[in-house]
Write a protein that binds this ligand. Sequence first.
Ligand SMILES: *Cc1c(COP(=O)(O)O)cnc(C)c1O
Length: 375
Amino acid sequence: MKRIYLSPPHMGGDEPGLVQETFESNWIAPLGPQVDAFEHEFAEAVEVPHAAALSSGTGALHLALLMEGVGRRDVVVCPALTFSATANAITYVGAEPIFIDSDLETWNLDPNLLREELVQRAEDGNQAAAVIAVDLYGQCADYAKIVEICDEFDVPLIEDAAEALGASCNGQPAGSFGRCAIFSFNGNKIITTSGGGMLVSHDEALVSKARFLATQARDPAPHYQHSEIGYNYRMSNVLAAIGRGQLRVLDERVRARRANFAHYHRELAGLSGLEFMPEASHGRCTRWLTCLTIDPADFGATREDVRLALESENIEARPVWKPMHLQPVFAECRVRGGEIARALFENGLCLPSGSSLTREDRDRVISVVKRVGSR
Ligand SMILES: *Cc1c(COP(=O)(O)O)cnc(C)c1O
């Protein structure tokens, strides 16, 4: 039986022609007309005026923190429930991550706990240097509240929208909140360039400075002069061509992912002990991944039982992200709350969610889940 992947790449059709242009023009380089066009088109899509195409979302996060002046002995607040890249980037600048639990409405950074943390830090005279909010699994965090809290304490907000291209919150696109935002075009994301990232901001100076650092911080001189430490983080012109083709089909990709969710929900929501990740009333989730939690007492099987049953049918499913405060590498870091993130991890499963998934693929997944539940 053919393998069903969690979230495989899905080309739109225009990509080979656009890549061919890079060969014809000989711009096989980390700059060129495809990079410029991709940045413009992407900025338009997320309704943020300035964008820098980079080699990864992780690199974009690193630059975002540098742009906010975060450094040694600083602390940066981020959610416990995220992919490790969010927290890793904090350590790249020598700062320390502080983890905050999720709320159950969005599975994202709990605004009440964020506020408690910033209040306490203000009292201690040791305010966080930045907050990174994450838009998990295609759903925006609660930005009406988070932006207000960050403004109140004058802490810069960075939006990790790596998983949420195409989502919105109160009618505004993911990536338009905060001082700057980052996206990822890794192979499993909603659109992909095989690997890549984007930094976007309303602040033109921030983006041009990030672009400068991403290009080895070369001063404007013919002789390779450097006054700052630079990085090699620019996106290849070849990959930007792929990104342009992918961006053209983004709306279709969001529709397909939401249709996956609707089908799973229709067939499985009635089973006792299964609960799908809610869609918060403030926004529109792309359902990048369809996620659910399994209460073993009610369902009669654990998350792992279901995952292994799917695997034995050659279907890839994954547990929800293991929270950062439960990771060996961050075991010493401070966490506020953490039990909700822990429970989402222990009981949470991501079902195959690719935009190229067929109805038959989903039916295969659905029948395994139903079978395990009725054992
Ligand atoms: C994928 C991802 C990243 C990292 O992006 P890369 O392009 O793989 O470096 C960062 N944060 C989150 C939440 C992600 O899911």
